[in-house]
Design a protein around this ligand. Structure first.
Ligand code: MG
Length: 453
């Protein structure tokens, strides 16, 4: 008998390797668990472009309909388009079949509630606890029905088009290179930008779940072709999405990769120039965001890591903008979700109205980040936390997620990994040697708490 590894919810949905953790059988049980959680009603389903999308979504539909839910199948659309659709059409919830930025062999599921927001950790636990339940399917006369809906992209793009200054963009006539990664953005961003009056050159612009052009994670080493094209064509901006297009990452007009937290800082400066308010970001973000926000007269709140945490906090506080350093920006005027399409439109609006992204980035305070990890066996975990707590009594520390020691020259954040037996540390300062000193302080602290071999 094959041994099955039961997948669990991570920081952003359930993910795993197709055929190993993520199988048609699991999708069926997952659909049943989600259907039982919603207790009927109409549920939207969407997928990104992965090769396993049909196998998994068909099994998911069987699970949902066998528990009495009606399904509105939106087909292949970005995750934020599904998140927009659910409240716009007053549906009970939604599920997207995606592994976001993970490689082609991965897939998974993300659940959203009636408000279109990511399910909370508590809701995920309730769904998770019933994965293995043997359910009695609903009777023949109560089986759910599946309808296909073709308007998932249209309603989403219509609203984005209303929220940005189309006349100003048209007048600026920016030239943009978009790298869709052969993911779900192929159906949205190029069309959106053309409708806004941009000249658009598309890279990896047809749907292909083998991701032949580049891996779906929009990190610097995967975007060399995009950077080259931006320079070669004299474009004003390069935009890259991940597989399900909730992330947008930017290449400036000089062909340089812009880190997600620096893009957030640029965006925050623009937002705060119009209106003062709160910006929300996880503790891992660069201090350049905080510097810019405070200088522009705004306030900043740090949250634990994870987009669902950021979006919930934004809703609670009425924040103006939020984002993660990985390139997930959230614009509450549209919804409380990471949105690559909206981020693209907003950045295009900025560069079309006189801001050169290279200049905006160069104007940000420079910081150096040092990342490191220290192996910590599970039995030594408590001793390390004890040592961190001990130092935390004497130092300025933020404990919203792990321990973030804040000093004049910079900060160092220490967090246990959720998946591996190690502690990760991130140290940031304006000078490289200060970042190095902070990293060494944290590393020595962890190593000093480990039992001697
Ligand atoms: Mg994603």
């Amino acid at each position: 008998m094959a041994t099955s590894v039961q997948p669990r919810f991570g920081t952003n949905g359930v993910r795993g390797v197709v055929g190993k953790e993520i199988t048609a059988d699991f999708a069926l049980r997952f659909g049943g668990a989600v259907g039982a959680f919603f207790g009927g009603g109409r549920i939207a389903v969407a997928t990104d472009t992965r090769t396993s999308k049909d196998m998994l979504s068909q099994a998911l539909l069987a699970g949902l309909t066998s528990s009495g839910c009606d399904v509105v199948h939106l087909g292949e659309i970005p995750t934020p388009a599904l998140q927009y659709y659910v409240p716009a059409r007053r549906l009970q919830g939604g599920v997207t079949v995606t592994a976001s930025h993970n490689p082609a062999e991965f897939n998974g599921f993300k659940v959203v509630g009636a408000d279109g927001m990511d399910a909370s950790r508590d809701e995920e636990r309730r769904i998770e606890s019933s994965f293995d339940e043997v359910r009695t399917p609903v009777s023949w006369d109560r089986c759910g029905r599946v309808t296909q809906a073709a308007d998932g992209v249209a309603v989403y793009l219509e609203d984005i088009l209303l929220r940005v200054d189309g006349a100003a963009i048209r007048a600026g006539a920016p030239r943009i290179v978009v790298d869709c990664a052969n993911g779900a953005a192929v159906h949205t961003t190029p069309d959106l930008l053309r409708r806004l009056g941009c000249t658009v050159l598309t890279l990896n612009g047809h749907p292909d779940g083998t991701f032949p052009g580049r891996p779906p994670e929009p990190k610097e080493e995967n975007l060399r072709e995009l950077a080259r094209l931006v320079v070669q064509t004299g474009a004003d901006l390069g935009i890259a999405h991940d597989g399900d297009a909730d992330r947008a990452v930017f290449i400036d007009d000089r062909g340089r990769y812009v880190h997600g937290d620096r893009a957030l800082a640029v965006m925050a400066r623009a937002v705060l120039a119009k209106r003062k308010g709160l910006i929300v970001t996880p503790v891992t973000s660069s201090s350049c965001v905080e510097d810019v926000v405070l200088e522009a007269g705004g306030t900043l709140e740090y949250t634990a890591v994870g987009a669902p945490t950021v979006s919930r906090r934004m809703k609670e506080t009425g924040a103006l903008l939020g984002g993660e350093e990985s390139g997930g920006l959230m614009f509450p005027e549209l919804h409380f979700a990471k949105d690559g399409g909206m981020a693209a439109a907003r950045m295009v609006e900025l560069v079309a109205t006189g801001t050169r992204l290279s200049e905006a980035v160069d104007a940000l305070p420079p910081y150096v980040l040092v990342r490191r990890s220290v192996p910590v066996a599970p039995e030594a975990h408590d001793a390390v936390v004890g040592a961190l707590l001990d130092v935390a009594r004497r130092e300025k520390v933020l404990t919203v997620d792990g321990f973030k020691f804040i000093r004049n020259e910079g900060w160092v954040l220490v967090r246990p990994s959720g998946t591996e037996p190690l502690f990760r540390l991130y140290a940031e300062a304006k000078k490289a040697e200060d970042a190095e000193t902070l990293a060494k302080f944290a590393e020595d602290l962890i190593r000093g708490a480990l039992p001697r071999a």
